[in-house]
Design a protein around this ligand. Structure first.
Ligand SMILES: [Zn+2]
Length: 468
């Protein structure tokens, strides 16, 4: 089952064409004499001219002798590389629990970093309405924002008997999937999965601390995020750990898991991890490791506000980061280094076994800057042994496949939406070249370097609290 197939958010995809025309920019664009990067295979096409019209790629021609349509906006592609727009599969655009306004400030930061699509992990009914409004404004050329390709709402069931109603509410609100968190008890999780299956709505998110990773995969949870329960599965003591959590739910479950973390990391076992990886690869569950989170936790600087990007945060977000980072500084996390090492080893093992993985970041967690952090995640995936091209795939073709959008996105090919990133250097040689962005096309709308720089401005809107 594809998440997007039943999507209310993505039902609006159909009317995303002709954006450029309405935005007052050229509807027709020609990227001339560029190298088209093949994220699927590895057969890059040099010296091609890519034609875009009505927000879609209409043709890819040999550059010599290609006829450019009259009136087409010309972009010089010589000595440049063209990749599909990047997708961050784990973001938070809403502050549902802290009652703050949506993170509209983050939207231009994604686009300025080549991120043209995101998956929202913690929406609610009101958020879905906001997403639709953003989509309308983006299509009208009034807002620069990535497309929200899927949005999940938490399914919360205190008792298994509550699961039916919880899942019904998530579906009625227009979510694309039911999000589950670490604190769901085993019986509640099973009830949520059963209720979701009956409604043909997917379940994705954290593998709960009450469930073994392979069991979650076998039962049909579509994704595992942040390597939750992967550390346990790749240890020699998974059974012991889970038996100590038996019958727990909520805070008690998470507290017990957290107290076990040192033992889990010490018991990492490569042979066990390899065995798990082969079964995981065959299970159909996709993994979103968000390595950038583990890396950030292991590399905290002392002065986050010294980062020039600090000014890009809205004031209320700066307050939140300051508060959380203060709490972290008061309780130094001695496990962070080890967690980063183990997470990298797990991803390396999974990669060799062919476990399907997607790039995600959890932005805007403290020091996980929207947009920038997706490029960080690609680097971290390469640190873990992926080739640059494989890393690129986790943010392009892999999300398109997972979301059932392969016919319209994920590669540079005729018929695909013109969500594109033009790079000044070859990203398949060095993944850091994804930072050398010359232009972004957002549904065919051209944003050149100067336009992208203009997006990287402190948010105009002051922090304001919404009434409870
Ligand atoms: Zn998250």
């Amino acid at each position: 089952m594809h998440i997007a197939a039943r999507s209310c958010v993505s039902a609006l995809l159909a009317c995303a064409c002709f954006v450029a025309a309405r935005a007052g920019t050229a509807a027709s664009v020609a990227i001339v004499d560029v190298t088209v990067v093949d994220v699927a295979g590895g057969h890059d096409l040099p010296h091609r001219t890519v034609l875009v019209d009505g927000g879609r790629i209409t043709a890819i021609l040999r550059a010599d002798g290609a006829h450019l349509p009259d009136g087409a906006e010309r972009i010089d592609g010589r000595g440049r590389w063209l990749v599909p727009g990047l997708v961050d599969m784990h973001v938070h655009l809403f502050n549902t629990y802290s009652h703050r306004p949506p993170n509209a400030w983050a939207l231009p930061l994604f686009v300025a970093n080549g991120v043209t699509g995101v998956r929202e992990m913690a929406a609610n009914a009101a958020s879905i309405a906001v997403l639709r409004q953003w989509r309308r404004e983006t299509d009208a050329g009034e807002r620069v924002a990535p497309r929200v390709l899927a949005a999940g709402i938490a399914g919360r069931a205190r008792e298994p008997a509550d699961a039916q109603a919880a899942v019904a509410a998530v579906a009625a609100a227009g979510a694309d999937f039911v999000k589950v968190f670490s604190d769901v008890g085993a019986a509640q999780w099973q009830a949520i999965l059963d209720a979701a299956r009956a409604r043909a709505i997917p379940v994705a998110g954290h593998v709960p601390a009450s469930i073994a990773l392979l069991d979650a995969a076998a039962q049909g949870q579509r994704t595992g995020e942040h390597l939750m329960q992967a550390y346990e599965a790749c240890s020699s003591i998974e059974g012991v750990l889970l038996s100590e959590r038996a019958g727990l739910a909520g805070e008690a479950l998470v507290a017990t898991r957290d107290a076990q973390e040192g033992r889990v990391l010490d018991a990492f076992d490569r042979a066990t991890c390899r065995r798990i990886a082969h079964r995981l690869a065959a299970s159909g569950q996709w993994q979103v490791p968000t390595l950038v989170l583990a890396w950030t936790e292991a590399h905290r600087g002392s002065a986050p506000h010294a980062d020039p990007r600090w000014a890009l945060l809205r004031a209320d977000e700066r307050e939140r980061w300051t508060r959380i980072l203060g709490e972290i500084a008061a309780h130094p996390d001695r496990l962070a280094q080890r967690r980063w090492q183990v997470s990298r080893a797990i991803v390396a093992t999974w990669r060799r076994a062919g476990v399907p993985m997607m790039a995600g970041t959890d932005a805007p967690m403290p020091e996980v800057y929207p947009g920038f952090s997706l490029l960080d995640e690609l680097e971290r995936l390469v640190d873990a042994g992926l080739t640059p091209r494989e890393a690129l795939r986790t943010a392009t073709l892999a999300p398109a496949r997972f979301l059932g959008l392969e016919a319209t996105s994920g590669t540079v090919a005729p018929g695909r939406r013109a969500d594109l990133v033009l790079l000044a250097a070859d990203p398949t040689r060095d993944i850091r070249n994804t930072r050398r962005i010359d232009a972004v096309l957002l549904g065919g709308r051209v944003l050149r370097r100067a336009d992208l720089d203009a997006l990287l401005q402190p948010p105009a809107m002051a922090a304001r609290r919404t009434p409870r």
